[in-house]
Design a binder for this molecule. Structure first.
Ligand SMILES: CC(C)(COP(=O)(O)OP(=O)(O)OC[C@H]1O[C@@H](n2cnc3c(N)ncnc32)[C@H](O)[C@@H]1OP(=O)(O)O)[C@@H](O)C(=O)NCCC(=O)NCCS
Length: 177
């Protein structure tokens, strides 16, 4: 990733570019992009919300990550809480930094950009651990998270708006190299 720089991202200002990356990386319909746009902008008003972007020398955004200190009152937390409680992992919701989104444009994947983004974002977290959710199937994302030290805290979690189950994963910080 020699020609790619990773640094702070004004995600509110560049939300459309970020969602264009997510749409092609993760697969979002134009309707879903519209919904996500409101959600991202709302997330960015949460205390401690932070984003990093990966950009080419010409300034094109090709990857991004954002997250925030977990808040049990947030929708995501309320959905995953009973699943973590059932497995004895409810305490992971406290003192935890949540990775909300991580996406790299397919034309730039497999160049360690995703690893660099999530490692750099969590490196400045004051929390001792990080949690996230990922589609509950073997994928580059799941492989990456495991390499960084994330382990399954719950599986088969259905979010009301999603058509497939998710896994909730947690890792101690700092992440493994
Ligand atoms: C997940 C994602 C962000 C990873 O970004 P990336 O820049 O391609 O990943 P990296 O190059 O940093 O890869 C790091 C590790 O991920 C794993 N990985 C990446 N691509 C992989 C692939 N095609 N197959 C298997 N593992 C893969 C490897 O374990 C790799 O480790 P290595 O460098 O030791 O080989 C990217 O694949 C992506 O945007 N996917 C689609 C969107 C998505 O699923 N986002 C996550 C939502 S939870």
């Amino acid at each position: 990733m020699d020609d790619i720089s990773v640094g702070p991202l004004d995600l509110a200002a560049r939300v459309d570019e970020a969602l264009a990356v997510q749409a092609v990386a993760f697969g979002l319909t134009p309707e879903e992009v519209g919904v996500r746009r409101h959600i991202v902008l709302r997330h960015l008003t949460c205390p401690g919300a932070r984003a990093l972007g990966a950009t080419t020398p010409t300034g094109r955004l090709v990857g991004f990550v954002y997250g925030m200190p977990n808040d049990r009152g947030h929708w995501w937390s309320t959905v995953v809480e009973p699943h973590l409680r059932a497995n004895g992992f409810e305490h992971w919701l406290d003192d935890s930094f949540v990775i909300t989104e991580l996406h790299v444009h397919p034309g730039f994947q497999n160049r360690r950009i995703g690893r660099t983004l999530i490692t750099a974002l969590t490196a400045t977290a004051t929390e001792p651990r990080s949690i996230l959710s990922a589609v509950d199937r073997e994928s580059p994302a799941r492989a990456l998270y495991r390499k960084l030290g994330y382990r399954d805290l719950a599986r088969n979690v259905m979010f009301p708006s999603a058509p497939y189950p998710y896994a909730v994963m947690g890792a101690p910080l700092p992440l493994a190299q």
